[in-house]
Ligand binder design. Structure first.
Ligand code: FMN
Length: 176
């Protein structure tokens, strides 16, 4: 695992004269960025951990690489770092209750969901639209969050459609 502590070479310095977007406008803009709802899962200290995430992105296919963006205050954050392996479960459009469960502070999340466990010991949620298992290739701290860049070890997709998050609501895909 390659932890980048100092990435000055690729970071532009902001000038004192720069002005930035206010938080509310930023949030209003980002609400228009619809995305699939996922649950990021891992294992640590003998138990399973996970949280709901939409900040998941394909980076490149050669080599197969994705990124996830994780708040450092999330309970799962230290376990992702510690295990070096995580799964992204892309929820199906009948799994909004699972999105709510993994966005909650419940300590019983895995008692209330069906899952299988990969050979690497990571839980994968049953009947999801797809899953991806990764090991951490790089990580970068940005503000309050860590970007984990994951090399894809395996995955699979089912026929069911993904659950979408848009404008602070869950939604379904509508074909045009
Ligand atoms: C639709 C949705 C998307 C979310 N996306 C992210 C995300 O990409 N990264 C993140 O760190 N938290 C995200 N969150 C917030 C976490 O799911 C939530 O804060 C969770 O409770 C954190 O885990 P913890 O309670 O175990 O600390 C999202 C929440 C929702 C409802």
């Amino acid at each position: 695992m390659n932890t980048v502590e100092n990435n000055e070479a690729s970071t532009r310095n902001n000038s004192a004269n720069d002005t930035f977007i206010d938080c509310e406008t930023f949030r209003n803009v980002m609400r228009k960025l619809a995305g699939s709802v996922t649950v990021v899962t891992t294992e640590g200290d003998g138990t399973f951990h996970g949280f709901t995430a939409t900040a998941v992105c394909s980076v490149c296919a050669e080599p197969p690489t994705i990124l996830i963006v994780v708040n450092r205050s999330a309970r799962t954050h230290p376990y992702i770092h510690q295990k070096g392996v995580f799964a992204v479960n892309i929820l199906a459009d009948n799994q909004a209750h699972i999105a709510n469960l993994f966005a909650s502070k419940s300590s019983e999340q895995f008692a209330n969901v069906s899952y299988a466990v990969t050979p690497r010991g990571v839980p994968v949620i049953e009947d999801a639209a797809a899953f991806i298992e990764c090991n951490i290739d790089q990580q970068h701290e940005v503000g309050t969050h860590t970007i984990f860049i994951g090399r894809v070890l395996g995955g699979g997709a089912a026929e069911n459609l993904p659950l979408i998050y848009h404008d602070a609501n869950y939604a379904r895909v509508a074909m045009i």
